[in-house]
Design a protein around this ligand. Sequence first.
Ligand code: NAD
Ligand code: WQD
Length: 338
Amino acid sequence: MQTILVTGGAGYIGSHTVVELQAAGYDVVIVDNLVNSNPAVLNRIHQISGKAPLFVQADVRDADALAAVFAKYDIDAVIHFAGLKAVGESVEKPLQYYDNNVRGTMVLCQAMAEAGVFKLVFSSSATVYGPDAPVPYEESMPLGQPSSPYGASKAMVERVLADLCVSDSRWSVVALRYFNPIGAHVSGLIGEDPLGLPNNLMPFISRVAVGKLAELSVFGDDYNTPDGTCLRDYLHVVDLAVGHCRSLQSLDKVGLHAFNLGTGNGVSVLDMVKAFESVTGQKVPYKIAPRRHGDLPAFWANADKAKRELSWVAGSSLEKMMADTWRWQSNNPDGYGG
Ligand code: NAD
Ligand code: WQD
């Protein structure tokens, strides 16, 4: 049985991935400093899978803590989710973002190399293509100039990983460029639980529906898109989690390999609201607000490479994403704090 170290495994995408890894027969060790997650998620994972993941509360920038983890457990590969992800906050606190996301990954890779572990799956983002890339995004396009420190940190890490693979042919690294993950595990036991006011569309909609927020602000309806609101490629977080399991199986190929994980479809903000209302029967009051600084009008994935090389597709319908989001939100109106 293989053991996977999952950094950031208590977070939104990490927790769903831990469940899929356990279902696929892997043992899991989570390293998370809980800066953006709640330890209650560990019991929920146990409830779903019947297996408690091993958990170490530590920061990935703590080299000694990582060395202790690698010494204690026989780790076969690492999935690296740990990092900060709020685009707006990254503009206010660039040093924190570069430190967490870039230095965190460098400390992790150093600890891996010292432990003789050279297999890594990294959480990258569609944002690495930058604001000028044509849609749909394809992996063969060069890394762009992302406009936020968050986006830049992801592009920098991809560059570091590429150089690492050139320097030592033992490294086998997959960079997964996620588009917009939404939804929750079908059990309703785990899901997205942002601290404070959500930055992202889906948790904002579900918190309006559950009565925690009064109304959604739709950021701009004058874009050059069919209904004037922005288009994004929303994919189910469990499909995304399965993509990580498939990527682990491809880690016998050396070098850095990047994959887009998305559905290949762009959906507008207003269509998201309509789909949520029609699937759940809940009203989502909204108003049209000014554009949000930095938003791109439209982007979606060309996900052919993941289909071809990982046998992966984001198969869940928008309706399922909405139903699963609502089950999680309505069963847990206060998230993990409830
Ligand atoms: P999340 O905040 O829910 O999960 C990240 C986890 O990492 C949290 O549990 C947090 O406590 C932990 N963490 C943060 N810094 C750490 C550190 N220095 N040491 C140890 N643990 C640390 O976020 P998520 O949505 O699950 O995202 C996971 C990864 O995927 C992130 O790297 C994010 O940038 C990337 N990503 C997310 C999205 C998205 O829309 N959610 C899209 C593209 C990429
Ligand atoms: C989606 C659409 C908003 C909130 C961000 C990061 C990206 C990636 C995923 C990590 C946009 C609109 C939103 C609201 C709204 N993360 N919106 N009202 O901006 O595509 O991507 O998260 O890598 O890097 O930039 O996602 O969910 O914030 O927004 O109208 O209250 O919803 O304008 O058109 P985004 P999002």
